[in-house]
Design a protein around this ligand. Structure first.
Ligand SMILES: NC(=O)c1ccc[n+]([C@@H]2O[C@H](COP(=O)([O-])OP(=O)(O)OC[C@H]3O[C@@H](n4cnc5c(N)ncnc54)[C@H](OP(=O)(O)O)[C@@H]3O)[C@@H](O)[C@H]2O)c1
Length: 162
């Protein structure tokens, strides 16, 4: 499975239930990498989207039931259910969009990390769990300079498990 997230220079990912930043270049990267895939999000992260994201299978990790979500949204209840779900759909790509709690519980199973580094420090209340990068290999790194729409530098990275 794949993780996709953006973090700042202190590994911050969230503030008050939202992203700490507005960066259209990273939103475009997220869209490009999640369209057509099975997107799994924690209930807080899913709530931050306001509605299911189009052109993706939306799956929520929660202790609640599917009846609490719009039709078409699937619900899973544990990390092991995610693993079973992925095994049951070998022709699909499962991509995990966080948040921190979801990333932490699925860390043992992740193969690919799509990390955006935001070259700034933000006020935050949610942080990426610690990842042992010696277990992964950096296979792609693309810098995006600040521009009129994206006030901070970005680095798009792809890491594969060794
Ligand atoms: N920068 C980024 O790339 C990025 C990515 C994602 C999120 N974020 C930010 O991070 C914050 C949200 O992260 P968060 O850690 O607070 O919340 P979260 O992981 O999105 O959601 C937590 C909720 O998901 C459910 N959940 C998580 N792991 C579970 C598991 N293993 N089994 C069953 N249910 C599980 C529980 O739902 P119930 O309480 O419903 O049972 C839990 O309360 C927001 O600020 C968001 O904007 C940032």
């Amino acid at each position: 499975m794949i993780f996709i997230w953006a973090e700042d220079q202190q590994h911050a990912i969230g503030h008050k239930g939202q992203l700490p930043w507005h960066l259209p270049a990273d939103m475009a990267f997220f869209k490009q990498n999640t369209i057509g895939k099975m997107l799994i999000s924690g209930s807080r992260t899913f709530a931050s989207y306001k509605k299911p994201l189009p052109h993706r299978k939306n799956i929520v990790l929660t202790s609640r039931t599917a009846t609490d979500y719009p039709s078409g949204v699937e619900v899973l209840h544990s990390a092991s259910e995610v693993v079973t779900y992925e095994q049951a759909h070998p022709d699909e790509t499962v991509i995990i969009s966080g948040g921190a709690r979801v990333f932490k519980s699925l860390l043992p199973y992740v193969d690919t990390l799509l990390r955006t580094r935001v070259l700034h420090k933000f006020k935050a209340d949610t942080y990426m769990p610690e990842i042992d990068y010696s277990r992964f290999k950096l296979v792609e790194s693309t810098a995006h300079e600040p521009d009129e729409k994206n006030p901070y530098g970005l680095v798009f990275e792809r890491w594969e498990r060794r």
